[in-house]
Design a protein around this ligand. Structure first.
Ligand SMILES: O=C(O)c1cc(=O)[nH]c(=O)n1[C@@H]1O[C@H](COP(=O)(O)O)[C@@H](O)[C@H]1O
Length: 232
């Protein structure tokens, strides 16, 4: 399975996003389009970036009743993305509905993954705010098992949890891991973080990197450092 670095294009609009991508002359990084950009520009931004030759992870983290998620996924299926996601907290029923909705009439569909616990969530926030008292790695592993049972392809989790998830769900079950920072850098609002090199050692399949690349003085150099450290 191809491991890769996904750049989170968290920009306010199309102009900033395309200017950013233009810096990668001759290269077509795998990019993530999230809520900020999608809500500002709508589906056209997906079509435009796809037409430029990038693979796209459309990160809208659907979490609603099963029927609503199924119908929303049917709409997203018409966009030619490579990967998309839901929240595993929506339950196994909701994830099954998401998979049904995303599957096109010819049986094909993008990679579908589920967020376990957001990488910004700490053990103490999970206990105090969410009243979930098990250790975070156990919670995340249980959500990963649910995700596999629903027939999805993998999870979004912290790189720190990629190893236990592969042990519980198999090597083919994808771990897509944000919460990436270079050694010594600020965590910002993230909580469960590690470096690209450590993510490789633990066994992540894809790392998702936003601000360490987008806010870098030289984003192309920062992206290349991620590739080298993660892919070895
Ligand atoms: O689903 C995601 O992509 C996601 C899940 C998660 O648990 N944590 C998380 O940070 N993300 C996304 O990954 C990106 C991380 O960005 P940085 O913290 O700037 O590297 C953001 O676009 C988040 O929306």
């Amino acid at each position: 399975m191809a491991k890769d670095v996904i750049i989170a294009c968290d920009f306010p609009g199309k102009a900033e996003t395309l200017a950013f991508l233009d810096r990668f002359t001759g290269r077509k990084p795998f990019v993530k389009i999230g809520m900020e950009l999608f809500y500002a520009e709508g589906p056209d931004i997906v079509r435009e970036i796809k037409a430029r030759g990038h693979k796209i992870f459309l990160d809208l983290k659907l979490h609603d009743i099963p029927n609503t998620v199924e119908k929303a996924m049917a709409s997203l299926a018409r966009l030619d993305v490579d990967m998309t996601n839901v929240h595993a907290a929506g339950t196994i029923e909701m994830m099954k509905a998401a998979r049904r909705g995303l599957t096109r009439p010819d049986g094909s569909r993008p990679i579908l993954i589920a967020v376990t616990q957001l990488t910004s969530t700490s053990q103490s926030a999970m206990e105090q705010d969410l009243m979930i008292h098990a250790p975070i790695a156990e919670v995340v592993t249980q959500y990963a098992r649910n995700t596999r049972e629903a027939g999805l392809d993998g999870v979004v989790c912290s790189p720190l949890e990629a190893g236990v998830i592969h042990e519980a769900c198999g090597e083919d079950f994808l771990t897509v891991t944000p919460g990436i920072r270079f050694a010594g850098a600020a965590a910002d609002d993230q909580s469960r973080i590690t470096t690209p090199a450590r993510a490789r050692e633990i066994g992540s399949d894809y790392i998702v990197v936003g601000r360490p690349v987008t806010k870098a003085e030289d984003p192309v150099a920062a992206y290349e450092r991620c590739l080298t450290d993660f892919l070895g």
